[in-house]
Design a protein around this ligand. Structure first.
Ligand SMILES: Nc1ncnc2c1ncn2[C@@H]1O[C@H](COP(=O)(O)OP(=O)(O)OP(=O)(O)O)[C@@H](O)[C@H]1O
Ligand SMILES: [Mg+2]
Length: 277
């Protein structure tokens, strides 16, 4: 008789692995270090959030994961393969409203990267219809971006990205330019899409509340240059728990970790930890 192990004790391989990543820009005033020795692992189905103050290198990290800039030191791997350049397996949704070319209709905006990436037109049309339906914009397929609200433009950008079926969806403060109510409903819609589809997402924000609502894991980065301050689990929070005592306590704890008296202390290696009151 064959022995059957009761549990699979082998930990899953991370989908995205950042190891000791240091990122720099060369400027006329010398070298600007954006991040310093940043390490983290993103697993399939994670809603992984990079949270830190303005200038701590969040966008720069996304650019490096997108393959647009190479690390000065350290490495990035996706599915075990080193990241050496951009690819359709990593799609970025930006904060700016003008990320949609204005001369293309909503549907043409969604189709464009698929067709450019070699997806056959018939398949691209099916995917575009599917994803525009998922984000509630089926009726606006032939509208031009300037006729849409900010929230609708954000939804087009999300549909366009998910239609590419990326291994990881990279989101750089995608809702930061929206008013508070629209931002809240977009967070809700993103959560509903994730519940349904379970895609892997790396989400950048400098809002503690948004990080807790959107993420299941949060990497806290120190001010410029970004170093790992801590890593927290936040899967227990959602918009529904946003007013709760636990949510407030987690917000305060993160605030203290980012800006408290010892926030300038040398960074520590990430330690998985529960956000507890
Ligand atoms: N093209 C560039 N050339 C030189 N320095 C840059 C460039 N882009 C960013 N930096 C610098 O790198 C650091 C990190 O910038 P980055 O845009 O990644 O921060 P961020 O965390 O995304 O900030 P924010 O929350 O304001 O978007 C900052 O000090 C910034 O001034
Ligand atoms: Mg940024």
């Amino acid at each position: 008789m064959r022995a059957i192990a009761p549990f699979n004790l082998v930990p899953p391989e991370p989908l995205l692995r950042a190891q000791h990543v240091t990122l720099e820009y060369a400027s006329e005033h010398g070298v600007v270090r954006a991040t310093d020795d940043v390490s983290f692992d993103v697993y399939r189905g994670d809603r992984f959030v990079l949270l830190g103050p303005s200038g701590c290198g969040k966008s720069t990290l996304l650019k490096a994961i997108g393959g647009f800039i190479a690390p000065r030191a350290g490495s990035l791997h996706l599915g075990g393969t080193p990241v050496t350049g951009p690819g359709p397996d990593r799609i970025v949704v930006f904060q700016e409203f003008d990320q949609l070319p204005p001369w293309k209709t909503v549907k043409q905006n969604v189709l464009f990267p698929m067709l450019a990436g070699g997806v056959a037109r018939a398949e691209a049309e099916v995917r575009a219809r599917h994803w525009l339906g998922k984000v509630g914009l089926a009726r606006f397929a032939d509208a031009y971006p300037h006729t849409l609200s900010g929230g609708m433009k954000a939804r087009v950008a999300i549909a366009r990205a998910l239609a590419m079926q990326p291994a990881v969806l990279l989101m750089d403060e995608p809702f930061a330019a929206l008013d508070a109510l629209t931002r809240r409903s977009m967070q809700e819609e993103l959560q509903a899409l994730w519940d349904e589809i379970g895609f892997t997402m790396l989400f950048v924000t400098h809002s503690i509340e948004e990080a807790l609502v959107v993420g299941n894991r949060i990497l806290l980065l120190s001010p410029h240059p970004g170093r790992v301050r801590a890593e927290l689990n936040s899967h227990q929070f959602s918009l529904a728990s946003a007013g709760s005592h636990e949510f407030q306590a987690a917000t305060q704890r993160i605030h203290a970790l980012l800006f408290g008296a010892d926030a300038d202390a040398p960074a520590v290696q990430p330690q998985p930890a529960q956000v507890q009151p």
